[in-house]
Design a binder for this molecule. Sequence first.
Ligand SMILES: *Cc1c(COP(=O)(O)O)cnc(C)c1O
Length: 314
Amino acid sequence: MKQLLPMGYSPIEKIQEDLFDEHKLHVSVLREDKNHPLIQGNKLRKLTYNLLNAKKKGNKTLLTFGGAYSNHIAAVATAGKKFGFQTIGIIRGEETLPLNPTLSLCKQNGMELHYEDRTTYRLKNTQDYKEYLRNKFGSFYLIPEGGTNYYAINGCMEIIERYDEYDYICCPIGTGGTVAGITISNQGKSKILGFSSLKGGEFLTQEIRSQIHSVLNDKELTDAVLHSFELVTDFHFGGYAKITEDLLNFVRKFYSSHQIKWDLLYNGKMAYGVYEMIKQGFFPEHSRILLVHTGGIQGIAGIEERNNIRIYED
Ligand SMILES: *Cc1c(COP(=O)(O)O)cnc(C)c1O
């Protein structure tokens, strides 16, 4: 377990681009995709304190939920194997064989996969369903879909704790747990821009507010830190996991110029959004902007398979 905690340090890379010079901006990427050789990105941050808590409570099994391409499911399977837990993944939808790259990785890491049809899957947070799972699998430590809970947010607070010289910190959003942690630890020093990967993500500010409150447990303090947070909803590209030719061209060009791969579900959309906002003059001159690369690289193969495309040539 010790190996998990002092996480590798994530490098910061400055990005050179004519567009940034024209607008007199300083743009860097925090390479959280490099924070661990096996379980990279924000999913590692979200798991760290959950694993410690599970160990402390004497749990030997982790159980969690996710879609068939979920970065979270992959991270739980890998972390379980590495840190000595059995793992059970409740997967949304039917089994498709051969297993996609995400689920084959899970299987290789010893995860027991249990499929639920979409209707049943929707009941996953009910007491009845949890009871059913306990009867079926015995005792386990439950981690919610996407991995966000109190412990996850605490883990995400460590993402930017050493960096306070930025005017803007940009981060993609799924459940909001990652950006909630960042917003708390930033303590109002930077403006935090959260990019929704969902269509109709307008509810997320309230969601993030309650996540922040769950950690700070103080209404005024919550409102004070939330003040620095701004939700951006314009760059979902048609909805979660939807991709467009424009988005593909953007990530490919970015990779050939900067040798950084973005995943298409979260980071590609955020980075595209940042470029658009720069063109629109959103950021004042001389702003220092940090893009948090939250990982998700394991999911690229699955997206390629599903859409029958190659995203990156290598
Ligand atoms: C899960 C995930 C997110 C979303 O994180 P939340 O904490 O759910 O908002 C962002 N980026 C990547 C790569 C992810 O896998």
